[in-house]
Design a protein around this ligand. Structure first.
Ligand code: AMP
Ligand code: GLY
Length: 443
């Protein structure tokens, strides 16, 4: 089987790596991939952007690709699945209609209300004045969300009414694209958890629940990022809670999508806020695998990933045996470029990955690329495998995952791996998994 993975982050490296461990997968291509997928055995990067649907379709058709797996939300929201399906190519990832569950917060909110899914009380506004009047009436803290995709930057948890007003102005002034709506939402407290499930549009199979650290600073402080570290299976989602989440969130969401005529085959990712009493509400839905959740979840997966994804695409998930997992726990520490999530430099030479892997850690690349050092020692991009060097090429550079009998061991292994790796101005949080670190209980 030949699989084409669309995307270039740590999530896509983890997907490519795990797909290659499925016995039926002979070759993986990544469009465009990164430095990690470039050196992965039986994996080849393609110089195609995730939005180059014509190029991706042409490659998939001419190379008889058996399955396309779409990583990021942007191509899904733009209809990559619809495009490929029209050519008879199998795709894991929802159609444009299904991707609205992530691409429009107002649409997702309406779906949740229709499906009676527990979620924060919210209202949608088309004009700044009406939105501000509503904020004034509700008071702070309050959450202001841009409707569309904003790469994690469209949400403001406003502590004051003034902050909420500022966020509303920013949205209507088009700072997050051409949004015509704003969603104003009740502010929830508790612990956040990510529950990802595979679905073929009829059946749902949840993956291990994960918890990520979104803030840049230790103690979960400072600016929001794409995610600085993650662990699974998070004990905050107990098995009883998982049953409830399946019944009250995942099943009704899929049933309502189906009622709307949307055939949703891919990942349904529920971002939840769990209160100390175990009550939970949905903060958001995503239409794809989480990043970095995938880098912590997939190393624990025993069932061949390709079988599961193909079963979703071919709508026979119900016939699959239960998903098998390794016992134990997993933790992933993200290594970022100094300055991230603000501005940062690229092109820093990375060393020590082999040493980290020799200890048993999995190093997933995100913002990296392979370049060739020429005679003058200037660095130029090259496809030659000779004299290559790995350099940083993004904000989140690597994700180092450790697995172990319990969280203590998993976290310790991830950090031993981190200790081997170096690049100039490398930054990471030293407290990933602090909530579960002392949980030495074996799973
Ligand atoms: P979202 O993209 O909707 O998940 O929002 C991004 C982040 O904003 C979430 O991971 C939460 O940390 C925070 N957030 C979103 N909605 C709420 C809410 N209703 N109450 C408190 N925090 C929220
Ligand atoms: N880790 C959060 C996300 O993938 O949206």
């Amino acid at each position: 089987m030949k699989v084409l993975v669309v995307g270039s982050g740590g999530r896509e490296h983890a997907l490519a790596w795990k797909l290659l461990r499925s016995p039926q997968v002979k070759q993986v291509y990544c469009a465009p991939g990164n430095g990690g997928t470039a050196i992965l055995e039986r994996c080849q990067n393609l110089p195609l952007s995730v939005e180059d649907f014509a190029g991706i379709s042409e490659f998939a058709r001419s190379h008889n690709i058996d399955l396309v797996v779409v990583g990021p939300e942007v191509p899904l929201a733009l209809g990559i699945t619809d495009n490929l399906q029209r050519l008879g190519i199998k795709v894991f990832g929802p159609t444009r209609a299904g991707a609205q569950i992530e691409a429009s917060k107002a649409w997702a909110k309406a779906l949740m209300q229709e499906a009676k899914i527990p979620t924060a009380k919210a209202a949608v506004f088309h004009h700044a004045t009406a939105a501000k009047d509503y904020v004034n009436a509700q008071g702070a803290p309050i959450v202001v969300k841009a409707d569309g995709l904003a790469a994690g930057k469209g949400v403001t948890v406003a502590e004051t009414i003034a902050q909420a007003h500022k966020a509303i102005d920013a949205i209507f002034q088009g700072q997050f694209g051409k949004d015509e709506f704003v969603v104003i939402e009740e502010c929830l407290t508790g612990q956040e958890a990510s529950v990802l499930a595979l679905t073929d549009g009829l059946t749902i199979r949840p993956l291990l629940p994960a918890q990520d650290h979104k803030r840049i600073g230790e103690g979960d402080t400072g600016e929001n990022t794409g995610g600085m570290g993650v662990y699974a299976p998070t004990p905050v989602v107990t098995s009883e809670l998982m049953v409830e989440i399946e019944a009250k969130v995942l099943q009704p969401a899929i049933a309502t999508l189906k009622q709307k005529g949307i055939d949703y085959r891919g990942v349904l990712y529920a971002g939840l806020m769990i209160a100390p009493d175990g009550n939970f509400k949905v903060l958001e839905f995503n239409c794809r695998f989480g990043d970095p959740e995938t880098q912590a979840i997939l190393p624990l997966l025993e069932t061949p990933l390709a079988e599961l994804l193909l079963a979703c695409v071919e709508q026979r998930l119900e016939q699959m045996p239960p998903i098998a997992w390794k016992s134990g726990a997993s933790a992933c520490v993200v290594l970022a470029a100094g300055g991230y999530p603000g501005s940062y430099e690229k092109g820093k030479v990375i060393s020590g990955i082999d040493a980290a892997e020799a200890l048993g850690a999995n190093v997933f690349h995100a913002g990296t690329k392979l370049i060739q050092a020429n005679e003058q020692n200037k660095l130029t991009t090259s496809h030659s495998p000779l004299a290559t060097q790995l350099v940083t090429n993004g904000g989140r550079v690597l994700g180092v995952t450790g697995i172990g009998k319990n969280f203590e061991q998993a976290i310790a292994l991830a950090y031993r791996g981190v200790d081997c790796i170096q690049f100039e101005k490398m930054y990471y949080r030293r407290d990933i998994g602090y909530r579960v670190k002392s949980k030495a209980v074996n799973f």
